[in-house]
Design a protein around this ligand. Structure first.
Ligand code: ATP
Ligand code: MG
Length: 234
């Protein structure tokens, strides 16, 4: 039964089926996956390598289309949107951080952070980008290119870029996977601090048990199936 005091989900996936590859290489990657995430929640997405975590995150971001099922994010049903509309939707509502940073190598740190703001037509793109870099402790590194930054610094730039458009939802795919333990913890502290300060919803794919434990809830995938949450008996 629905609790009327509980806010409706900001992220809702219902009965998602997804296949990747063709012919004999065709794999049933996500099998009847249903997940609902409420506003402001922090969810850790865990499971063995190959269980479908990254694919599920990409479905949440509208970067991968499901073969069946519905995806609703921030009140918008993604299933019917074309590529342009999806890109605009992502730009407004969803920030994404990857394990391998995905910075543009020919742009400085400041320019990288400004990209989504410029795409959104923000007149104050560079001023805001500078503030976001400041917020991750890299105010003095704006003119550096990614190759001139350490891994942890590059991930901080990527985080500033994801946060700059003030997304309601931050999706992170093993954001500390390429970093040493101390640097990874710094990145996670920044992510959780931003989540609290901005009231964002957070979904983090991780292999790190400590990191998963810092999330309010854990969703576990096993071979493309969501393992029922024992803690949720309602
Ligand atoms: N293009 C593709 N064609 C066929 N199968 C694919 C393709 N891309 C991914 N897969 C398969 O989909 C499954 C899920 O992959 P996914 O990357 O989502 O797993 P993951 O849980 O993120 O794993 P990891 O922890 O290693 O990152 C894997 O079995 C993978 O081999
Ligand atoms: Mg993955």
């Amino acid at each position: 039964m629905d609790d009327i005091a509980t806010p409706s989900p900001i992220l809702s996936l219902s009965h998602i089926d997804l296949y990747l590859g063709t012919g004999p290489a065709r794999v049933h990657v996500l099998k009847d996956v249903s997940v609902a995430v409420r506003p402001g929640e922090a969810v850790g997405l865990v499971g063995a390598s190959g269980s479908g975590k990254s694919t599920l995150l990409m479905v949440m971001a509208g970067l991968e289309r499901a073969d069946a099922g519905t995806v609703e994010v921030a009140g918008t049903r993604l299933t019917g949107l074309d590529e342009d509309a999806l890109a605009r939707f992502r730009g407004r509502h969803v920030g994404i951080v990857f394990q391998s940073f995905h910075l543009i190598p020919t742009m400085t740190a400041l320019e990288n952070v400004a990209v989504p703001l410029e795409l959104a037509g923000r007149a104050d793109a560079f001023a805001r980008a500078a503030r976001e870099l400041e917020a991750v402790g890299l105010g003095a590194r704006g003119s550096h290119y990614p190759a001139q930054l350490s891994g942890g610094e590059q991930q901080r730039v990527a985080l500033a870029r994801a946060l700059a458009p003030e997304p309601q939802i931050l999706l992170a795919d093993e954001p500390t996977g390429n970093l040493d333990e101390a640097t990874g913890r710094q990145i996670m502290d920044l992510i959780f601090a931003a989540q609290r300060a901005r009231g964002m919803t957070l979904v983090i794919v991780t292999h790190d048990a400590d990191l998963a434990a810092r999330c309010g809830r854990v969703v576990r995938l096993r071979s493309g199936v969501v393992v029922p949450e024992t803690a949720e008996v309602t």
